[in-house]
Write a protein of this length. Structure first.
Length: 195
């Protein structure tokens, strides 16, 4: 991925700027603890925060970021999100969680797993042997999700079933971090295909 990131600097720096914006929004949401008179979903916001930090490290320091360390971190994130998702599903069945919270954590679990999949071939010597269609399919799905999220943002509190509701001020909501994560994950998957 380092070679891809360094080779396509015109794409790299706008993506870095988007992740910095998303990181700032998520940090504000976590600090406030609420958004537009609704309690923030701290688990999903924390997921955005961690994933933004991982992506920023990979984009800002592509040559210095050790693939094994990134894979280990993404594995830990995927497992942590899966555990939180299981807890939410159990909470939903018990009536103490909402379906939106379950869907949001499901999305983050899938995104972390897709990022892990994108990193799976690094330094293994087998990257050329792996088929590119799974990564291409996932990249298309995350891109479509970003388009869907932006396209339905005007529909009030139910703008997208996999993210937080958008309030009166979209830049203080989870819309931007969600779309940035979609684009960043698609970027990683495309980089995995191009290596």
């Amino acid at each position: 991925m380092a070679e891809f990131v360094q080779q396509y600097a015109l794409v790299r720096w706008p993506v870095v700027a988007a992740f910095l914006l998303a990181l700032g929004i998520v940090a504000v949401r976590l600090a406030r603890g609420h958004t537009d008179d609704r309690r923030a979903d701290a688990a999903a916001d924390s997921a955005h925060l961690l994933m933004c930090l991982v992506m920023l490290a990979m984009l800002l320091f592509p040559a210095a970021t050790h693939p094994h360390a990134v894979r280990g971190l993404l594995t830990a994130l995927t497992v942590a999100f899966a555990v939180l998702l299981a807890e939410r599903v159990l909470g939903l069945r018990a009536g103490s969680a909402t379906g939106d919270g379950v869907a949001a954590l499901g999305y983050h679990t899938l995104a972390a797993a897709a990022m892990l999949y994108a990193m799976a071939g690094h330094d293994s010597g087998h990257a050329a042997d792996t088929p590119s269609w799974p990564a291409a399919t996932l990249a298309v799905l995350f891109t479509l999700d970003a388009v869907l999220a932006v396209g339905t943002a005007r529909h009030g509190g139910r703008w997208h079933r996999f993210a937080h509701p958008v309030g009166a001020h979209p830049l203080t909501s989870a819309l931007v971090p969600h779309v940035v994560m979609d684009i960043g994950t698609a970027f990683m998957l495309i980089a995995a295909i191009g290596r």
